[in-house]
Design a protein around this ligand. Structure first.
Ligand code: AMP
Ligand code: ZN
Length: 114
């Protein structure tokens, strides 16, 4: 836990968030500035700065994280229509919050940029 990290503070309940799923050391909550009809952020409770620090998570956390992301998409009925999962690292990735998070986005047709 980092006192100065926004998402650690959400994990600790110090900052409110619309939590949609929480289990196995993972939390999913709605993005405060959604870019798509469904835009959920998935984070590990344990602080690592980004995907580049993923080895700071346990093997169980790493594998639970993937299953958790898929479950969030399923919760939102996105399996039939499709969805996109992204994570940003560093300046070129335009990462703005330095606690690993996955954007789970759906409910519309994504741009073909990637
Ligand atoms: P990134 O640019 O990949 O670091 O994404 C950070 C995301 O966090 C952005 O999509 C923001 O809209 C979102 N965000 C920032 N503050 C909050 C908050 N308090 N609650 C929920 N989402 C947030
Ligand atoms: Zn953090």
């Amino acid at each position: 836990m980092s006192d100065h990290c926004l998402f650690c503070r959400i994990v600790a309940g110090e900052i409110p968030a619309e939590v949609v799923r929480r289990e196995n050391g993972m939390v999913a909550f709605n993005d405060i500035n959604p870019k798509t009809p469904v835009h959920v952020l998935v984070i590990p409770e344990r602080h690592v700065d980004s995907l580049a620090g993923v080895e700071g998570l346990t093997p169980e956390e790493r594998s639970d994280m993937l299953a958790f992301i898929a479950a969030v998409a399923r919760d939102h009925d996105l399996e039939g229509t499709g969805y996109r999962v992204t994570t940003n690292h560093g300046e070129d990735g335009r990462q703005s919050v330095h606690h690993l998070h996955w954007h789970v986005m759906g409910g519309t047709r994504m741009s073909d940029m990637m």
